[in-house]
Write a protein that binds this ligand. Structure first.
Ligand code: ADE
Length: 187
């Protein structure tokens, strides 16, 4: 098992994912961390298990594509491994934590405005937003490697986000670490 702190943003996540695959021969990738809630049913501290990833900031719509369309893959949504989703769900149930399954939207920006949050939620039906998962997902798809993204909610991606994030990031990260450690044990 190889563990890395990939850094913030899609480029860091892509570099890390490709390094894991090429250099370390990883046959499965898990990305974990914190996320902003897009869906109002999510609260700070809840876990989100991604069933698929999108990149909300990819936009070739002037050429006639839908926003989020990844030309190299010819699609918008990148599905995660159902086996890894099932395993994460089993662990979340065992740990008695509140969890949700759904789409996670990634982009190179910290979402902290109600309008941006609503646009991303409506456009992609996404439950949460973060800045790395979608990039790792694309690398995994391009290399045919199964993956999952697991996140704990640190803020609500609106005008409270810049205050809530520093307050709750450590608590959310700790909850996430506890879950991911158990997932790794069970693999
Ligand atoms: N990671 C945690 N909170 C986030 C937010 N509001 N936007 C993007 N990435 C995040």
């Amino acid at each position: 098992m190889v563990i890395a702190k990939c850094g913030v943003g899609k480029v860091c996540a892509a570099v890390c994912a490709q390094t894991m695959i090429f250099h370390f021969g990883a046959d499965t990738l898990i990305n974990s961390g914190v996320a902003g809630a897009l869906d109002t049913s999510l609260s700070i501290g809840d876990i989100v298990i991604a069933t698929s990833l999108v990149q909300h900031d990819v936009d070739t719509s002037p050429l006639g594509d839908p926003v989020g369309y990844i030309s190299e893959l010819k699609k918008i949504e990148m599905p995660t491994s159902s086996a890894l989703v099932d395993l994460a769900e089993k662990v979340a149930q065992k740990q008695n934590v509140r969890y949700h399954k759904g789409v996670i939207a990634s982009g190179d920006c910290f979402v902290a405005a109600p309008e941006t949050k609503q646009t991303i939620r409506q456009r992609f039906g996404a439950k949460a937003c973060e800045m790395e998962g979608g990039a790792m997902a694309q690398v995994c798809q391009m290399n045919d490697v199964p993956f999952v993204v697991l996140r704990a909610i640190s803020d609500t991606a609106d005008d409270r986000a810049s205050m809530d994030y520093p307050t709750f990031v450590a608590i959310a990260a700790e909850k996430m670490a506890k879950l991911v450690k158990e997932v790794l044990k069970e693999m």
